[in-house]
Structures are given as structure tokens and as C-alpha cells.
Design a protein around this ligand. Sequence first.
Ligand SMILES: [Zn+2]
Length: 363
Amino acid sequence: MSLHEIRDQETAVRFVRNILRANRIPNGLLFYGPGGVGKGLTAVELAKAINCEKQDGDACDACLACRKVTNGNHPDITYLSPSEKTRLIKKDDIDGINELAALRPFESQWRIFIIQDADRMNPPAQNHFLKTLEEPPGKSLFILLTEFPRVLLPTIRSRCQQVRFRALRQETVADLLRRERDLPEELAESLAGIAEGQMTRALDLVDSEKRNVVLSLTSRLAEGEDPVELAEEFTKFLAEERKQLEDHLKATMAYDSADEVSRADMERLKEERLAQLAAMSKRDMLEYLYLLQTWYRDEMIFAVTRDRSRVWNKDQFERLESGEGANPSEKLQAIETARMYLDRFINEERVFRDLFLTLAVSP
Ligand SMILES: [Zn+2]
């Protein structure tokens, strides 16, 4: 693989190719954008191109240096990602990087560090890393990858050239899902459509229970279960999910008090972390509403057109054909209303109770 094979990221790829062509390699690059759209791949291919023996603006993919990068054993390219246990990047990890960066590259021109989920650096690690970025030793390039650039100190961001990555095309996601997860054609296409061009979101739909939760909710509502009880159950479930997310993010704020972080930086990062929590839990909740919406949208479209190709939930034809739903447009309207209320932080349980009462309406 090489840079010209990266899919759907024309702007980002053009940017890195310009850097290569002009031979103006910066010390810091910040690749940001939605998950699973090619940030990591681009970083690896850029690292390959920089150290390629042919030096012609892209990786040749054949020389010894390129092959070493592909096999993950090039001595001048270092990957850093959050520890599996704590899901954090800590000051010690940065120490390791600093030591390496102080050495001359073993066999190429540049020493390259690819930092995955850079937003998982806790405050002391960020502070420590900043010093390295401010006085980068020799030819060192740090490529930071993140979905949440704002969780990084502004001083880190400003020392990096920032490169934005965008969502992928639907066909690309479907193709990748088929290849990576061996999904049947119809399911891959359904999920690619639902995931709006974000591979991580598509994979989350494959791996998480979100879609099953929603499919089960719609079917229980159609079978006449009590909507008020269902709303209560669902709100509890959401609260539980949020609690897990919160515990998880709290862990990223834990640090050793001996670490030097200014109070102001600490406060600021705490605020950003809270904003991140709010954004993530809202994203989850909206994802549930969105999945509900795809279901009733399909009911409506299928009832009117009987056209299978226009349906997103292609693996659910049996249910769609049974015509269990009534008044889908009224239901879609109710979902819009719920979204608006949740946006205004109106009591969640009440919003879902009203919503489920409408979704339960039978002819
Ligand atoms: Zn090469």
C-alpha cells in the first residue's frame, strides 16, 4: 500500500504529498477527524514515503525500508498507543519517546513517532510531551492521531500542522465491511448507509448491541408491550451506559500528584474532559434515536414503494413485509420532536415516555 491508495481523503493526501515534494517535513502533525477514516493508514504511508530509499514523493512499497515499515519492524518508526489496561498514555510513555528521539535515526533520515489516540495523553503526559515538541531533537516527526483534538493542550495543537480527515463514501464503507468482517452484501450495505461514512461507527454497529437494542424495542412496541414501562427500562439502560463512559473517562484524569501540571492547565483539561463526556453520551443517545429513525423510515418507504433496494435495514425484510407498523410518518415526526427536546436537556424519561407512546400507536 502507498499514499495514492488511501481512499476518500484527497485533501489530506494532497497535503502530505506537498510536504514530501517540497521536502518540508514538520516536527509535528496532527491528523484529526472521525474514527476509522484513514488517519492511521495515512500516517504509516507518510512514514514509509519519508524513509523510502527511492525518495520520489510516495512509498515505492518494494525497497527494504518500505518493506520494514509494512512489516512493522522499521527501527526508526515508533508507535505509541494508550495502554490496554488504563487506556491512557502516561508521562512514562512519553519519557520512552523522548529518550528515543534524542538518538540519531538508525538507518534513515528521519525518526518518526505515530501517536494513536493522542487525546488519551493525561495532563502530565501532555505537559511533558509539549517540551519535546518545543525543542524537537534533530529530525524527529511526531504524528498525532485523534478524534478529539480539543482535548489536547492548545500549545500542543499550535505546534503541529493540522490535517483534517473526513467521512468516507458509503460504497467505501460497505466494501471495507465486506472485506474486513466478511459481512453479507445486504448487511454491509445497510450498515454503511446507516453509519454515514464513518468506519468506526459502522464497526460499532457490527460489534455493539445498539442496533439490536433498537430492533428489539421497535418489535416489542409493535407487539403491544406497555410503552411507559419500556421507556423506563430504556432510560435506566441509557443511564447505565453513561455511568460506564463516565468511569472510563474519569480514569483518564487520574495522575500522580508529583507530576508537574499547572493548576490552570489542569482545570482547563478537566473542563474539556467533561465536555467530551457530554458530547460522547449525547452522541450515543442521538445514535439510538437515529437508529429508531432508520427503522420507521424503512417502514414508511417500504409500505409505499415495496422497493427492497431503497430500504436500509435490508436484513429485516421479513418484519418489513409483515407490515407490522402503522402511521410511520407520525412516528418519524415524534422522533424529531424527541431529538429537539433532548437537545434542550428536557427530562429524558419524560421525552422517551412520550415518544414510545406515539411509537406504540397501532391502527
Ligand atoms: Zn521504498
